[in-house]
Design a protein around this ligand. Structure first.
Ligand SMILES: Nc1ncnc2c1ncn2[C@@H]1O[C@H](COP(=O)(O)OP(=O)(O)OP(=O)(O)O)[C@@H](O)[C@H]1O
Length: 244
């Protein structure tokens, strides 16, 4: 469905993404992990049209998306949420959703998503007054209004406790089934990613250094090195501790 072919992005002398190639299949939940500065957000910015690649190609359902603007990518079914929330914080939850509903896709899906993400009781509240976790959930519901083929989530579990994170994982599986889309999920919570994702790509210094199922990733020596090298210390989470 989505295919990245030797995708690259340089910022001056910094090669943030280097020759990244992988494919995401329909209905797949793909994890994307890696130490700080590995290039994960830049990759999502390239796929969603916020940045133009320096080299390589982005192909969605056989059509090139390379160099399209963000609004064109969105119209073609590529939706995303942001590491730093981008809601209309003075508008109510309902008004935030209405903005999205005007996109004209499946309103029944949005209503079902509001229930799934526990947001119906907050409809009349300003988005900015919601707890942080609810704001993150609202961003996901809003992104669904685009009827995406691919939904990319940049650190959706950030700031959530363990219970909220587990519930989020279940809701994302619901999204995959109800919206019939693939998901690309970036997060630093390795337990969350390893529980949720069928396959995981690991980036370090702009490149994909490993790709596979959670068990393969957890025992990959390069992955362990990248994580220990980044986090250091005895408290650093080891991928092998996190597979169930
Ligand atoms: N607009 C920019 N201009 C210059 N350099 C940038 C820009 N955006 C990112 N970079 C650099 O590109 C590299 C990759 O950054 P990126 O934010 O994609 O990493 P990341 O894996 O998402 O990190 P994190 O987990 O901390 O969010 C870093 O060296 C970063 O400093």
């Amino acid at each position: 469905m989505l295919e990245l072919r030797t995708l690259s992005k340089c910022f001056g002398g910094v090669q943030a993404v280097r020759d990244v190639s992988f494919a995401i299949e329909p209905g797949e939940i793909r994890g994307l992990i890696g130490p700080n500065g590995a290039g994960k957000s830049t990759l999502v910015n390239l796929i969603s049209g916020l940045l133009r690649p320096t080299g390589g190609e982005i192909v969605l359902d056989g059509r090139s998306m390379t160099g399209l603007r963000a609004d064109q990518c969105a119209r073609n079914g590529i939706a995303r949420t942001f590491q730093n929330l981008r809601l209309f914080s003075s508008l109510t939850v309902e008004q935030n959703i209405d903005v999205a509903r005007q996109a004209g896709h499946d309103p029944a899906l949005i209503d079902a998503a509001l229930v799934e993400f526990g947001l119906t009781r907050h409809l009349a509240r300003p988005a900015g007054a919601l707890a942080y976790g609810d704001q993150r959930r609202l961003e996901i519901v809003r992104a669904l209004a685009l009827a995406p083929k691919l939904l990319m989530l940049d650190e959706p579990a950030a700031g959530m406790n363990e219970e909220e994170t587990a519930a989020l994982g279940q809701s994302l599986e619901w999204v995959r089934d109800a919206a019939d889309c693939a998901l690309l999920v970036i997060d630093h919570d390795l337990k969350f990613i390893m529980t949720l994702c069928h396959r995981i790509a690991v980036m370090d210094m702009g490149a994909v250094i490993a790709s596979g199922d959670p068990a393969e990733i957890a025992r990959n020596p390069e992955v362990i090195r990248a994580y220990l090298g980044d986090a250091g210390g005895d408290d650093a989470p080891q991928p092998t501790e996190l597979v169930h």
